[in-house]
Design a protein around this ligand. Structure first.
Ligand SMILES: Cc1ncc(COP(=O)(O)O)c(C=O)c1O
Length: 387
């Protein structure tokens, strides 16, 4: 590997850049996870994570990636053969569907074009048709990280309510938590799935479930096999500031610091910053004469932007050139978008000049890859940032 000077630009949509304050917090000595200092740390983070989800209910923290927290949401609330309603919004929604099927659930998978979020009208239609109430849960990826499309969860909730349907609402907030407005209690979500390496600005390694009362009641009847993922022993142990297994102590130090960072900036300000950076990024993309993958103005993601290239251009080549020349990583096109899109992550620990640097790298990389762009595009973004 060639020696590089300066910081690598990690502009994939997660893992995101870890702030120095968090890196230093992670580097504290590991302590006895059965001692009083650990209990204090655990109680502190378990309490302070709740407002990030917009809940007053319990949040379970697993030493896991987001995929583990997906599994926990399903196995704690559902039984073999249960029907669930899911939507093909992109790569991650498809993977979650695959997991549900693998666990023995029957999935009604509504096809999608990977450019739109979940259509609340389609939710309403499916639930209205289910007179027997055989659908046990609706699964929604809030921010589809493969496409840069954010589904409108409050409208989905209203659709479920208007249909008078008792299905649980399970929402993947993996790339929205701590970067896009999400309100667990207010929006009536039953289980939210989160992880550490995106808006929380931590390394990978923590998975989360925020759990409603209705989900807790469902858990008493859920019969999918589970052991490690079982909420009950974790919630019991958490009451005393402990875990039923060895917890990831140092990641919890990092989480405590991340929560302090989010609290000192203020969640509304954090969301507004992400909205502003996303708008400036779209201004650049459109100014260059390129297409944003998200096809609905109401559904643009504030944590990432997926850029769709014309068929004759290879998005992976653009990414490779940008990595080689400018030491910046951009997100690849996933699944059927491989080679067609690249994704610019603008979430987590980020500011105006970091975005200006990111967009400059993309601008130069597109030119070096022979993708014709209007050079004024970057100017449009800088003006959006200045304003
Ligand atoms: C929306 C979404 N869901 C689920 C996952 C899977 O999470 P993990 O890779 O941490 O297991 C990801 C990963 O990027 C994601 O973006």
């Amino acid at each position: 590997m060639t020696a590089r000077s300066g910081r690598h630009f990690l502009q994939i949509p997660g893992p995101t850049n870890v702030p120095d304050r968090i890196l230093r917090a992670l580097a504290q000595p590991t302590i006895d996870h059965r001692g009083p200092d650990f209990a204090e740390l655990a109680m502190d983070v378990l309490r302070r994570i709740k407002p990030v989800f917009g809940t007053t209910g319990p949040v379970v923290i697993y030493p896991s990636s987001g995929t583990g927290a997906w599994e926990a949401a399903l196995v704690n609330t559902l039984s073999p053969g249960d029907r669930v309603l899911a939507f093909e919004t992109g790569h991650f929604a498809t993977l979650w569907r695959d997991m549900a099927e693998g666990l023995g659930l029957v999935v009604d998978f509504v096809p999608g074009d990977w450019r739109h979020g979940v259509d609340p009208a389609v939710v309403a239609e499916h639930l209205a048709a289910d007179q027997q109430h055989s659908i046990a849960a609706v699964m929604v990826v809030h921010n589809e990280t493969s496409t840069g499309v954010t589904s409108r969860v409050p409208e989905i909730r209203s659709a479920i309510d208007e249909a008078g349907h008792p299905a649980l609402l399970l929402v993947d907030t993996i790339s929205s938590l701590g970067s896009i407005d999400y309100r667990h209690d207010e929006w009536g979500v039953d289980v939210a799935v989160g992880c550490s390496q995106k808006g929380l600005m931590l390394p990978p390694g923590l998975g989360f479930n925020a759990i409603s009362r209705k989900a807790l009641a469902a858990a008493e009847k859920a019969r999918l096999p589970k052991s490690y993922w079982n909420w009950t022993p974790v919630l019991d142990a958490n009451e005393r500031g402990s875990f039923p297994y060895t917890p990831p102590t140092n990641l919890l130090y990092g989480l405590r610091e991340a929560l302090s960072l989010l609290e000192s900036e203020g969640l509304p300000e954090v969301f507004a910053r992400h909205d502003r950076h996303a708008a400036a990024t779209r201004a650049a993309v459109r100014g260059w004469g390129l297409e944003v993958l998200c096809a609905d103005e109401r559904e643009h993601s504030s944590s990432l932007t997926a850029v769709l290239l014309a068929e004759e251009h290879d998005a992976n080549k653009v990414r490779q050139i940008i990595l080689d020349r400018f030491d910046m990583s951009l997100g690849a096109g996933l699944g059927k978008l491989n080679g067609r899109v690249f994704r610019i992550g603008h979430l987590g620990d980020f500011n105006d000049l970091a975005l200006a640097g990111t967009l400059s790298g993309v601008h130069m990389g597109l030119q070096l890859a022979g993708v014709p762009i209007d050079p004024a595009g970057i100017q449009t973004a800088l003006e959006a940032l200045r304003a």
